[in-house]
Design a protein around this ligand. Structure first.
Ligand SMILES: CC(C)(COP(=O)(O)OP(=O)(O)OC[C@H]1O[C@@H](n2cnc3c(N)ncnc32)[C@H](O)[C@@H]1OP(=O)(O)O)[C@@H](O)C(=O)NCCC(=O)NCCS
Length: 161
């Protein structure tokens, strides 16, 4: 089995990212094309097939749940905006592999902190983040719609190597 990570070419691959997103998330949670263009997105390929995807905003904090405006710049913080696997690749340890790669990416690029957020109902993602040392920073009610749910904001502080 060959696992590779390839940066998505933007804006060329926006349609492909949006199509992938629709297979992973419910309609209420997919990103609009304009948001993909603000991100740095990466494909996780398993035996050359697109199995997973994650997207970052570099030097950016996540505060949208509090301010309802764009996330502010924050040097040294990597915001992981999304992490997802196609259903057929879920539950086999690939999520842990993708998370390990995200953390390695942050260390490799000198980030001091990672921030991410997910639905409160998404126990799988919250537990996966916990396994990697992420701590809950806050839970903001009614951030998501359809169905209404809180967002759980988590961070991982990275030590300097
Ligand atoms: C969330 C997601 C990335 C996790 O990846 P995965 O491959 O399914 O998860 P893994 O098989 O690697 O399991 C990782 C850990 O999650 C936790 N986990 C998995 N299923 C769980 C469940 N039903 N309840 C609680 N924790 C669970 C466990 O801690 C597990 O580790 P363990 O097997 O050592 O106990 C994947 O399920 C996914 O893409 N889901 C849809 C998209 C999504 O919800 N993304 C997050 C929002 S940004």
């Amino acid at each position: 089995m060959i696992t590779e990570f390839r940066q998505a070419v933007l804006p060329k691959e926006v349609r492909s990212l949006a199509a992938f997103d629709r297979k992973v998330f419910s309609a209420a949670d997919v990103f609009p094309p304009s948001y993909w263009k603000q991100c740095e997105a990466w494909w996780m390929l398993i035996d050359r097939r697109k199995a997973g995807c994650c997207a970052f905003q570099r030097d950016t904090d996540f505060t949208e749940d509090l301010t309802f405006t764009d996330n502010p710049k924050s040097k040294g913080t990597l915001y992981i905006a999304t992490t997802g696997l196609l259903p057929k690749y879920q539950g086999q340890g690939f999520g842990a592999l993708l998370k390990a790669w995200e953390v390695a990416y942050a260390r490799r690029h000198g980030f001091r902190r990672i921030v991410t957020n997910t639905r409160k109902k998404n126990v799988r993602m919250i537990e996966l983040n916990r396994q990697f040392g992420f701590m809950i920073v806050r839970t903001t009610p009614r951030y998501y719609a359809e169905p209404t749910d809180a967002t759980v904001v988590m961070e991982l502080l990275l030590k300097k190597s």
